[in-house]
Design a protein around this ligand. Structure first.
Ligand SMILES: Nc1ncnc2c1ncn2[C@@H]1O[C@H](COP(=O)(O)OP(=O)(O)OP(=O)(O)O)[C@@H](O)[C@H]1O
Ligand SMILES: [Mg+2]
Length: 258
């Protein structure tokens, strides 16, 4: 399989983080890829969903660099720039059979742009060492506009079965496909989450988004229970309906285009 750099995006609360966790679990249990998971959402929910808590985030390190650069002389600044990749590795969590990187949020409120720039170059460098990189993105289209996802080859748009979710999905598609000169993606597809067996009824709504379907994830009471108890989704039993859907979605993500 060629290398995959996958971003998961969609409306707030649509199930992006849950899907990243389900795909992680699927890959860990069924494939031998070198896997990097990135939490690029400033709210940092993926940590608790994976049960992994970073000592440092990429942003902690970024701010450390800014602070040191303020007081540094020219030679020290050059050293700082050179140690950037080393510093980035400090934020990398080595979990059991995969790596996890949390971007974090800047202390100063407002603009996340500098983090996103840092994210982009950081991902480029790190991704070299992995077969599969999955990014849990920020809700909505913000991060896409900031071009965090330029180097992503596959975009997975998650929606629940709501009009707003599907409209956001269509909007994300619009933003990405209308800037082909910026986004180098090869594949773009939809995952419909929290369905209750309405696959057929949903077809016209899927068509309206203009997106290919990567698959469905059913509403899963076990996932709800795990979430409520704060248990990592990687520990979901193998026969959980949401987890059972993940293999099919992965197959669509990596399938060559017709
Ligand atoms: N298939 C499912 N079955 C049951 N509950 C689900 C399912 N998918 C997601 N949920 C629940 O819905 C809520 C939102 O899911 P999740 O956090 O994955 O969404 P998100 O898109 O990452 O949200 P945010 O935009 O805040 O990052 C969570 O409480 C999660 O447990
Ligand atoms: Mg999330």
């Amino acid at each position: 399989m060629e290398k995959k750099l996958i971003a998961v995006c969609g409306k707030g609360g649509s199930g992006k983080t849950a899907l990243v966790a389900l795909l992680t679990k699927y890959l860990l249990e069924n494939k031998k890829h070198r896997l990097l998971i990135i939490d690029a959402d400033p709210t940092m929910n993926l940590s608790s969903v994976l049960g992994l808590f970073p000592g440092k985030t990429v942003n902690t390190i970024r701010e450390q660099i800014i602070r040191e650069a303020r007081t540094a002389g020219k030679a020290e600044k050059n050293n700082l720039a050179r140690s950037l990749d080393y510093l980035l590795f400090e934020a990398l969590i080595e979990a059991d059979r995969f790596s996890f990187l949390v971007m974090g949020r800047p202390e100063s409120l407002g603009c996340y742009c500098p983090v996103n720039d840092f994210l982009r170059s950081g991902i480029e460098m790190l991704a070299e060492n992995y077969d599969v990189v999955i990014i849990d993105g920020e809700a909505g289209v913000e991060q896409i506009n900031r071009q965090v996802m330029q180097n992503v080859d596959t975009v997975v748009i998650v929606s629940d079965i709501s009009n707003r979710g599907l409209q956001t999905a269509a909007l994300i598609k619009e933003v990405i496909t209308s800037h082909k000169e910026i986004f180098k993606y090869q594949k773009l597809g939809l995952v419909l989450n929290r369905i209750h067996g309405q696959e057929k009824q949903l077809q016209p709504h899927i068509l309206k988004t203009g997106l290919d379907l990567f698959g469905f994830v059913p509403e899963d009471p076990r996932l709800t229970q795990f979430d409520l108890e704060g248990r990592p989704l990687l520990e979901l039993p193998g026969d959980s309906p949401s987890y059972e859907a993940s293999g099919n979605i992965w197959a669509h993500i990596i399938a060559p285009d017709q």
